[in-house]
Design a protein around this ligand. Structure first.
Ligand SMILES: *[C@@H]1O[C@H](CO)[C@@H](O)[C@H](O)[C@H]1NC(C)=O
Ligand SMILES: *[C@@H]1O[C@H](CO)[C@@H](O)[C@H](O)[C@H]1NC(C)=O
Ligand SMILES: *[C@@H]1O[C@H](CO)[C@@H](O)[C@H](O)[C@H]1NC(C)=O
Ligand SMILES: *[C@@H]1O[C@H](CO)[C@@H](O)[C@H](O)[C@H]1NC(C)=O
Length: 338
């Protein structure tokens, strides 16, 4: 686990690294020079993330304020990071969004309440477990400007379980779930457990992603004949594991990657490392896929795949401390059975 060195150093380093790329779409650095504070950082950011808004336009000036606000947030968030493994916060692809824009675009999960888990801890669990080692986890996806995290988490669990069952790892269609799950609201949001209860009720076969590609837009549901190849759900479970994260580790090992809901407000600024603070429980707004855990270091953590592309977090992954229901990771956790 590592934090991208690009972002760990000072922003001056970032400016130097991306310096030669700078100003492709950005006109005069003259105009930037008039701006105070983080003008050079903002220029480096725009070059790195290919922002095309024109210097001194209304949007440019608005985004510059958001950017400046983000850097102030980062200083605060990082002031809690006392251990080298602790989470780091800083400039990423979301740094020129206001917190409201970020919430409206990406945090679209409708929270739900799950029954409290009443099973037992699994004895003899490995200290470290990662479903990627079994080659059953598909690469990190990017949901784009669409509140579809709920569909990505459920489809991520299904395609992993399908591969665990001995099939070739194949990505299944997130777009099919987005378009066809009427109890949810497509790109405007949804909930993993609602999507799962619909999949379990209808026994709809999810087709490969190649046959029903992702568009980051809600569309019209395409129907396939009963004989069409696809993967359907036999059953699923959703539990609240708060206070029982060891039992949750057992579920992960026994049943495959888990679809979970979390509070991801502070994830707007996350770069890597283990999240211990700045997250609430019982206030979920985002859905993710838990694919492993590691208890061998000073801070035990969950390994979580997000759907914001590989430029976010640690190559698209985020680590959350185990114990204490950090970010509400144990609030409502779904296992899928195929
Ligand atoms: C850059 O700005 C100058 C004047 O400020 C203008 O003459 C020039 O056409 C601009 N170049 C581009 C690529 O927009
Ligand atoms: C830059 O800072 C100077 C002094 O600190 C101030 O007078 C000026 O108005 C600032 N310019 C902008 C564009 O904020
Ligand atoms: C930026 O931060 C300032 C001070 O922290 C705050 O007053 C302002 O509302 C923020 N602006 C935006 C657009 O978030
Ligand atoms: C899923 O569907 C099966 C019927 O195929 C049903 O027996 C089971 O109770 C359902 N599971 C849930 C959690 O609703």
């Amino acid at each position: 686990m590592s934090v991208s060195p690009l972002f760990l150093g000072s922003l001056a380093v970032l400016s130097t690294l991306v310096g030669p790329l700078c100003c492709q779409n950005v006109n005069s650095s003259e105009s930037d020079a008039k701006l105070n504070g983080s003008a050079a950082d903002f220029r480096a950011f725009r070059a790195h993330f290919h922002r095309t808004y024109e210097v001194d336009s209304e949007e440019f000036n608005r985004r510059r304020v958001y950017f400046q606000n983000a850097t102030e947030r980062h200083a605060y968030l990082n002031s809690f990071s006392t251990m080298s493994q602790s989470a780091k916060y800083g400039i990423n692809q979301f740094s020129d969004l206001s917190q409201k824009e970020f919430k409206d675009l990406y945090l679209r999960v409708v929270p739900d309440k799950a029954p409290i888990f009443s099973g037992l801890k699994t004895p003899g669990l490995p200290a470290r477990f990662d479903w990627r080692d079994k080659a059953v986890v598909a690469p990190v996806q990017n949901q784009g400007a669409c509140g579809s995290c709920w569909a990505f988490s459920v489809v991520g669990a299904m395609q992993a379980d399908h591969a665990i069952g001995g099939s070739q790892l194949e990505q299944l269609s997130v777009q099919q779930v987005l378009d066809c799950s009427y109890q949810n609201a497509g790109c405007s949001g949804g909930s993993p457990s609602r999507a799962l209860s619909w999949l379990n009720q209808t026994k709809l076969k999810l087709v490969p992603r190649s046959e029903y590609p992702y568009k980051a837009k809600t569309g019209i549901c395409h129907f396939f004949s009963q004989s069409h190849e696809g993967v359907s759900v036999k059953d699923f479970s959703t539990y609240d594991f708060s206070g029982q994260e060891e039992a949750m580790m057992g579920q992960l090992v026994a049943h495959g990657p888990l679809a979970a809901i979390v509070d991801a407000v502070s994830w707007q600024d996350y770069l890597g490392g283990i999240i211990q603070y700045h997250c609430s429980s019982h206030w979920s707004n985002h859905a993710v896929l838990i694919i492993g855990y590691d208890t061998t270091g000073d801070i035990p953590y969950w390994i979580v795949q997000n759907s914001w592309g590989t430029t976010w977090g640690d190559e698209g992954y985020v680590y959350i401390k185990i114990g204490g229901n950090i970010c509400g990771i144990a609030d409502s956790v779904a296992a899928v059975f195929l």
